[in-house]
Write a protein that binds this ligand. Structure first.
Ligand code: 5RP
Length: 254
């Protein structure tokens, strides 16, 4: 039984069966085909009995569908903790059972997408607005695996605006501080034009305007800024990225 797993250990019942992905239309874009390839490869990291962290976003969604099909159609016994309400509802549709961190404080593996992947597996995440729970889930996992198409690979983080989750009341103050750091923060909007509100009831400031040559120092500054709940810099967290391109799926380690 893994250390700290307690209630969450299930008997390991045998190897996971891989199967062909049936739920996606054949006229996918190349980028979506690559996301799917990465998602498919990630199934290899899930074994029966594991407690699994579910990511969010379109790539994670594909992976959850593949995983869900294993649970529903092949009796795969896993349990999960999700990084978003959306991913949890989606997985529940396949009969994936869920745990809480009270029941299981340590996950065997968490698998999630990313918006940018730089050398050392320094990441920007939060394009879907789930960065807080994603970081909680990733931080509780023994192994954090990123799945992505090759468009997410960069030399330096920052072309993708850095999402910063803030307490609504503090948004003007944090915006000011971010401008002093050289960012141009913009409050994220939902499709209907209203302010985007996270699963935890906070706002997101999408911060463009500068490259992150020293992401650790930006992360430290944001970590110590009152009113910032979390930011989308995931540094030193992922140990493996499965990067799909036309020629296959490449494994990048930190
Ligand atoms: C959501 C995320 C996603 O993992 C990230 O935005 C990548 O999404 P996609 O797989 O749709 O490209 O961090 O908050």
């Amino acid at each position: 039984m893994p250390a700290g797993a307690g209630l969450c250990a299930l008997a390991r019942t045998g190897p996971l069966l891989l199967h062909s992905f049936t739920g996606v239309a054949s006229n996918m874009s190349t980028q979506n085909e690559e996301k799917l390839k990465a998602a498919h490869r990630a199934l290899e990291f899930v074994k029966p009995g594991m407690v699994v962290g579910l990511g969010s976003g379109s790539t994670a969604h594909m992976w959850i569908q593949l995983l869900g099909e294993q649970v529903r159609d092949h009796g795969l016994e896993i349990r999960a903790i999700s990084s978003s309400i959306d991913s949890e509802n989606f997985a529940r549709g396949y009969g994936v059972p869920f745990l809480t961190f009270d029941e299981c404080p340590v996950l065997d593996v968490a698998i999630d997408g990313a918006d940018e992947i730089a050398p050392g597996l320094a990441l920007i995440k939060g394009g879907g607005g789930n960065l807080l729970r994603e970081k909680i889930v990733a931080g509780a996992a023994r192994k954090f695996v990123i799945i992505a198409d090759e468009s997410k690979i960069v030399d330096t983080l920052g072309r993708f605006p850095l999402p910063v989750e803030v307490i609504p009341m503090a948004a003007p103050l944090v915006s000011r501080k971010l401008r002093e750091l050289g960012f141009q923060p913009a409050i994220r909007r939902a499709k209907d034009g209203s302010q985007f509100v996270t699963d935890e009831g906070n706002l997101i400031l999408d911060c463009s305007g500068r490259m992150l040559d020293d992401p650790a120092s930006i992360a430290a500054t944001l970590d110590s800024t009152v009113g910032v709940v979390e930011h989308g810099l995931f540094l030193g967290m992922a140990s493996l990225a499965l990067i799909a391109s036309a020629s296959g799926v490449l494994e990048r380690t930190s």
